[in-house]
Design a binder for this molecule. Structure first.
Ligand code: ATP
Length: 199
């Protein structure tokens, strides 16, 4: 599986529809300061589920939408699609190509799509979990992160290996199941209390 292309419309400095293609192998993006290189990485992170505007160098989520220029009015929405080559079916979807889309409007409406079909953010994160391309995976290493990894406590660093080994998905499911169990136990306790009262 590899990222074949990134399509952006109205995302940050990319007002027009812009497609960046990645061949297999090594791709380098070069350009003058302020030309939008980091915005491309942020577009990828955004689709992968980044929820913090600060991590995308903004104050609020609106800041990802093209804010206008002297010759161009601002965009009403931002949309980014990541197209993955899925011929090895690493992503658990039947198609040889998978498109993941995130769209955000100035009215604050968020849409997530897999192969242009609406889905929940959870569906997207679950699909990506343990493939090495999740939001918190290490497929994107930002400036300063390498140093931060070296400075981490061993148990925090273990999470990197867990993600790579593919156990994160099961850890998350275990946590969800324990929460449900806890909730059910509370309900049971309440029922026993009521039963005691009526007996
Ligand atoms: P450097 O080499 O200095 O790190 P870069 O090529 O990585 O630069 P970016 O930081 O990706 O460039 O792009 C910054 C540019 O994007 C700035 O000119 C900024 O004005 C523009 N920009 C960011 N958000 C928006 C937005 N919402 N609307 C329009 N332009 C935006």
């Amino acid at each position: 599986m590899h990222l074949k292309k990134v399509e952006m419309i109205g995302f940050k400095s990319f007002a027009n529809k812009t497609t960046i293609e990645f061949d297999s192998g090594f791709t380098a993006i070069v350009g003058p300061n302020g030309s939008g290189k980091s915005n491309i990485t942020e577009a990828i992170k955004w689709v992968l589920g980044e929820q913090s505007a600060k991590s995308l160098r903004g104050r609020k989520m609106d800041d990802v939408i093209f804010g206008g220029a002297s010759n161009r009015s601002k965009a009403q929405y931002a949309e980014v699609t990541l197209v993955f080559d899925n011929s090895d079916h690493l992503l658990n979807i039947d198609t040889d190509e998978v498109g993941m889309t995130r769209r955000y409007t100035r009215a604050g409406e968020s849409t997530y799509m897999i192969n242009r079909k609406n889905c929940r953010l959870k569906d997207m994160t679950e699909l990506m979990m343990d493939t090495g391309i999740g939001r918190d995976s290490f497929s994107i290493i930002s400036q300063g992160q390498v140093e931060a990894i070296f400075m981490q406590k061993p148990e925090d660093r273990r999470a990197i290996f867990e993600e790579a080994a593919g156990v994160m998905k099961y850890k998350n499911r275990k946590k969800e199941a324990s929460n449900k169990l806890e909730h059910t136990q509370e309900n049971l306790d309440r029922i026993f209390d009521i039963l005691k009262e009526v007996e």
